[in-house]
Design a protein around this ligand. Structure first.
Ligand SMILES: Cc1ncc(COP(=O)(O)O)c(C=O)c1O
Length: 230
């Protein structure tokens, strides 16, 4: 019986053979901890830094603005909870939209339970957020706008650079979840004008369990995972 045709690349992609080859040494002989200062740590450390530079090149930022995560969910949690946590009082306002992935909507719901105020904007029949709605929703206590770049169900591409310009005009931090747009359409962070951007490796031929978050310098969302600095 022929195998079924796989059409769920928005769900996840297979591993690209080039990715497997690039990773093979680190799954076999180069198993050292990149944070180790001894011989076994050297090559893995170089590989992590090279990967960081490659991600930075893809996003048009500096490698020091990239942190690695376990995927899109962790990147979104880090960005949104990190911004909320960097405020010392728990009454900030966050703007998002109704068709975000649960990795954004559920984080906002959690923060609402902690005392933050959430505005969840509607979308039109094409799934588009109206940038003027975003501007009208900004208040004196707005700390973050988090609107996805491309939608995971219907593929709508949001007017992120327009929304980011509005955010910047009002001094509000702008995050976008680019898990579905990375590798498909341009995601240059300077052109988009965002302060934070989440990506998920397994949507573009990497193994599961790898993601990244761009954090524009000098922004410092609160540390999300306490412990070792790596
Ligand atoms: C738009 C969007 N954001 C976030 C995620 C979550 O990414 P991950 O599975 O890497 O945690 C997904 C995955 O389906 C997604 O489509």
């Amino acid at each position: 019986m022929p195998s079924p045709i796989y059409l769920d690349y928005n769900g996840t992609t297979p591993h690209d053979p080039e990715v497997i080859e690039a990773m093979r040494p680190f799954l076999e002989s180069e198993f050292g901890n990149p944070s180790s200062t001894h011989w076994y740590g050297i090559k893995p450390k170089r590989a992590v830094e090279k990967a960081r530079e490659q991600v930075a090149e893809l996003l048009g930022c500096s490698s020091g603005e990239i942190i690695f995560t376990s995927g899109g969910t962790e990147s979104n949690n880090h960005a949104i909870k990190g911004m909320a946590g960097s405020l010392k009082k728990k009454d900030g306002h966050i703007i998002t939209c109704a068709i975000e992935h649960p990795a954004v909507l559920e984080v906002c719901k959690y923060l609402e339970g902690c005392g933050f105020k959430i505005t969840c904007l509607p979308v039109d029949s094409f799934g588009l957020v109206d940038a003027s709605d975003v501007e009208k929703s900004i208040r004196a206590d707005t700390i973050l706008i988090t609107i996805m770049h491309a939608n995971n169900e219907v593929g709508t591409i949001q007017p992120i650079s327009e929304i980011a310009q509005i955010a910047s005009k009002h001094g509000v931090t702008m995050h976008t979840d680019a898990a579905q747009s990375i590798g498909k359409i341009p995601t240059d962070v300077k052109e988009l004008g965002v302060n934070m951007l989440s990506i998920a490796g397994h949507k573009l031929y990497a193994p599961k369990g790898i993601g990244a978050l761009y954090i524009k310098k000098p922004l410092k969302p609160e540390i999300f995972c306490h412990g070792a600095g790596q």
